[in-house]
Ligand binder design. Structure first.
Ligand code: FAE
Length: 507
């Protein structure tokens, strides 16, 4: 037995006080704080545990050589940058419960992390607290003083957020691309700001010095990071395990939640194998259920459960208010005297802030191809006002999203407020070879799904779902479509705020 005893998963027919669906930021905060308050928790995650090395000795696959570990149940990769020098770069892979889900809806592909730790496994780790002056537009019903005095600091501490050393940054080979980005932004009169990250910056410096195995400097990001990134696997999850009160069930997917005859909620679970097949079903009864399956996962569950009669009393706001955080990508071609470097850290550490003047905040992103490309690459977060809605489709028994690709046009216009100006100042042009053949804008995806169970609309002001005492949303679904910066610090801080109130009043 020993330490392996912890591997036992949720028991069929169990009666449990609290069940958390999903182990990303919202789910991890909920599980930890409930357990610390003395409540036994079932943490259910449809993805894998990501604690066992593959045949190459590493847990996570490299970005440049995707394999079965890289994608969630796909037979062909679907890389966000689909092309290079105009050539498609996707390839066939075995179908497997891999780490990155490229979930396709009409008009948009939504990238999400799958596994214990959710999006923290695959993301860039950019850990940004919104400017306080913008907070009222992000979560209008939430007390900003409480957030900025208590819950943002708690989230930043819990996540291990840190900032690159600006002096080291100035000389590090791996941030040449970011220094080019800074120089060009400043020459066009835009503020360049350092952006905090959950990467271990001491480890990054050792990677640059070549004294440790490289991860960010080996291009690892989208399919997991083997060393330096402080994903939830290094922060909240070890604390969760240390409480001894949380049973973690990877490869378990929640398929239904409905009121149970004797009180509480009947929760149906499907246990998956690594091919994605259902190998067992389980049914448990939970006094309280926390939906933390991410904006898309929570929205899909709630919309379907309402439409199919499992949770008919959810209100009409369920599925609404979904946004893409205004994500849009582009590249610029620099002059031959402005190389961006063949060694690029996969972890961005700076951005161009034109939010208040032009509605765009642009990450200066890496293009870690291993060769000099003279390309500058950017992920912009923009004030795109468009919002989509999830609806149940009885024909497919699935959930659709009514997003349209054309709805990204405001994002493109806002990003152009930065890059048209830089191009004109530098005498440079956009790259056209990264998203297809002669396609400038990466307008087909988002990394930042938000909304679908919006705070104060589908729920009360703390995430209690309308119509069902004991059901909560506690993830990115609560946030109405935009956070003005990268979202996970806000998701974490809001979860910290809500769970504190829920523990104090509902248990
Ligand atoms: P999330 O982390 O998605 O966790 C939900 C979990 O629930 C997942 O593990 C699912 O597998 C699981 N799940 C879903 N459905 C079920 C079900 N039915 N049963 C059981 N489990 C289920 O949700 N944000 C930043 O702030 N900075 C960045 O630098 C950044 N970079 C990103 C890069 C990429 C490639 C991606 C994909 C995202 C990035 N994000 C970034 C977004 C960030 O990861 C995301 O907002 C959060 O992970 C969302 O947290 P949630 O707790 O809402």
């Amino acid at each position: 037995m020993g330490s392996r005893a912890a591997a036992a998963t949720i028991a069929d027919a169990a009666r449990v006080p609290a069940l958390v669906i999903g182990s990303g930021y919202g789910g991890s905060v909920a599980a930890l704080r409930l357990a610390q308050a003395g409540i036994d928790v079932q943490l259910v995650e449809m993805g894998m545990a990501w604690d066992t090395p593959g045949s190459d000795g590493k847990i996570f696959a490299n970005t440049t050589s995707p394999d079965q570990r890289s994608f969630w149940l796909r037979t062909r990769t679907k890389q966000p940058l689909s092309n290079f020098l105009g050539f498609p770069i996707d390839k066939d892979i075995p179908k497997y419960t891999g780490i990155l889900d490229a979930e396709e809806f009409s008009g948009i592909t939504v990238y999400q992390g799958r596994g214990l730790g959710g999006g923290s496994l695959v993301n860039g780790g950019m850990a940004v607290t919104p400017k306080r002056e913008n907070f009222g537009a992000i979560l209008p019903t939430v007390n900003a003083d409480e957030m900025y005095n208590t819950y943002y600091p708690r989230a930043n501490a819990g996540l291990g957020v840190g900032l690159v050393d600006p002096t080291w940054f100035d000389s590090a080979e791996c941030y040449q691309y970011a220094r080019v980005g800074r120089k060009q932004a400043q020459r066009s009169g835009f503020p360049f700001v350092f952006v905090p990250d959950v990467y271990d910056w001491n480890y990054m410096q050792q990677e640059q010095a070549n004294t440790v195995p490289r991860s960010a400097l080996a291009g690892e990001i989208l399919y997991g990071n083997n060393y330096g990134k402080k994903s939830l696997q290094k922060t909240y999850l070890p604390q969760i395990k240390a409480t001894g009160r949380v049973t973690i069930s990877p490869l378990h997917r929640v398929s239904s939640v409905t009121p149970a005859a004797g009180g509480g909620y009947a929760v149906s679970l499907e246990q998956l194998n690594t091919s994605g097949a259902v190998i067992a079903t389980k049914g448990v009864t939970a006094d309280k259920v926390f939906f933390a399956a991410g904006s898309v996962g929570t929205s899909k569950l709630l919309v379907k459960l309402k439409a199919t009669g499992a949770l008919p009393n959810l209100n009409g706001e369920v599925g609404k208010g979904w946004g893409d955080n205004g994500n849009v990508m582009c590249g610029r071609a620099n002059h031959i005297w402005d190389p961006t470097g063949s060694l690029q850290s996969s972890i961005p550490c700076g951005g161009i802030d034109n939010w208040n003047a032009g509605g765009a905040f642009a990450e200066v992103a890496p293009l870690p191809t291993g060769i000099e490309t003279w390309a500058s690459f950017y992920l912009s977060i923009t004030k795109n006002p468009n919002r989509g809605q999830f609806t149940y489709n009885p024909a497919t028994q699935g959930v659709d999203l009514n997003w349209q690709t054309a709805w990204k046009q405001p994002s493109i216009d806002m990003a152009k407020s930065i890059f048209d100006k830089i191009n004109s100042k530098e005498g440079t042009i956009y790259r056209t070879d990264l998203f297809g053949v002669y396609k400038i804008w990466g307008d087909h995806l988002t990394y930042h799904p938000l909304g679908g169970a919006v705070l104060g609309k589908a729920t009360d002001n703390y995430g209690r779902l309308a119509g069902y005492p004991g059901l909560y949303a506690i993830d990115g679904s609560l946030i109405p479509g935009n956070t003005s910066v990268n979202p996970f610090v806000t998701i974490t801080a809001l979860a910290e705020r809500n769970i504190e109130k829920i523990i104090a009043t509902d248990f």
